[in-house]
Ligand binder design. Sequence first.
Ligand code: CAA
Ligand code: NDP
Length: 293
Amino acid sequence: MTATIKTVGIIGAGQMGNGIAHVCALAGFDVKLNDISPDRIKAGMATINGNMARQVSKKTISEDERKAALARIGPAEKIEDLGACDLVIESAVEKEEAKRKIFADLCPVLKPEAIVASNTSSISITRLASSTDRPERFIGIHFMNPVPLMELVELIRGIATDDATFDASKVFVTKLHKTIAVSEDFPAFIVNRILLPMINEAIYTLYEGVGNVEAIDTAMRLGAHHPMGPLELADFIGLDTCLSVMQVLHEGLADSKYRPCPLLVKYVEAGWLGRKTQRGFYDYRGDKPVPTR
Ligand SMILES: CC(=O)CC(=O)SCCNC(=O)CCNC(=O)[C@H](O)C(C)(C)COP(=O)(O)OP(=O)(O)OC[C@H]1O[C@@H](n2cnc3c(N)ncnc32)[C@H](O)[C@@H]1OP(=O)(O)O
Ligand SMILES: NC(=O)C1=CN([C@@H]2O[C@H](COP(=O)(O)OP(=O)(O)OC[C@H]3O[C@@H](n4cnc5c(N)ncnc54)[C@H](OP(=O)(O)O)[C@@H]3O)[C@@H](O)[C@H]2O)C=CC1
């Protein structure tokens, strides 16, 4: 039987977590938003508020829909506050150890029938599931950034994911008005298996001096009709996330073609993680983005 999902918990109120909360609340789900600190939750809520206000001004949603959706989102300052959720989606940092620790804290407070999902960009769902008390009710639900605008969600079954969990996840994603692509559980799934090596290659192109930031992004925007240049997109995703995905591909597929570009490593080591830290391949601290190379 397919479980009915009414209340969704989200762990991590960053750019993906707040986007997931946004679309869940608009679709009528009650949402509990968790992060390491109350300030992070407040910042996530402020972003949702701003993005919904923009949707109202563009007339894609009404003021009443905005108010009703915001009223459905509540903070979960402690992990115990997620205890009544039917589904919890983990969307914290792309580090396996951090995710394992979150699941270890989360599972004991959940109802036995609750589904646990990860929004991981790359990490094995089977391996993450094995760190929980419910591998059969664990699944990958992978949203795309920016969540309110992107139409796709990847669904990834771990080796033990049961049919009821898969079916309930399909119903849930369909209610969000997103299209599903089912991926087997291999490193970085489908979108990032293809997209991140392209971004990494763009960074090599910069590293080897084939072109500067502006030339590379202009080339791919106008020459290949991509909505964003690859370096602009890397900054948008977050360079820490890009590096983590390349490391998972490199280790998981044991092929040197996935070697993360040393320049990507250097930016991450500098703490220049892209838009979220105001500096990456572009510097966002002024009126408009300025290339850093
Ligand atoms: C790493 C992973 O694990 C997986 C991933 O997600 S990989 C990343 C996948 N995402 C992409 O590849 C995104 C590529 N970029 C794009 O498709 C587009 O640039 C975009 C959709 C993000 C923005 O489109 P755009 O036309 O260039 O920008 P812009 O005109 O500023 O915005 C378009 C609309 O989006 C809205 N918008 C922009 N960012 C938004 C956000 N974060 N949240 C909500 N709305 C947003 C704007 O208000 C605007 O609304 P209107 O059209 O109603 O005016
Ligand atoms: N960025 C993208 O384009 C996409 C990312 N993803 C995936 O989504 C996940 C989140 O990425 P994204 O939103 O970009 O990252 P962000 O850095 O924007 O947000 C992550 C949030 O999680 C918080 N966090 C870290 N550890 C914990 C914890 N133990 N408990 C609760 N919250 C925690 C972080 O707090 P703090 O900053 O204080 O550490 C931060 O607020 C990652 O797994 C990523 O791979 C999936 C699709 C697209």
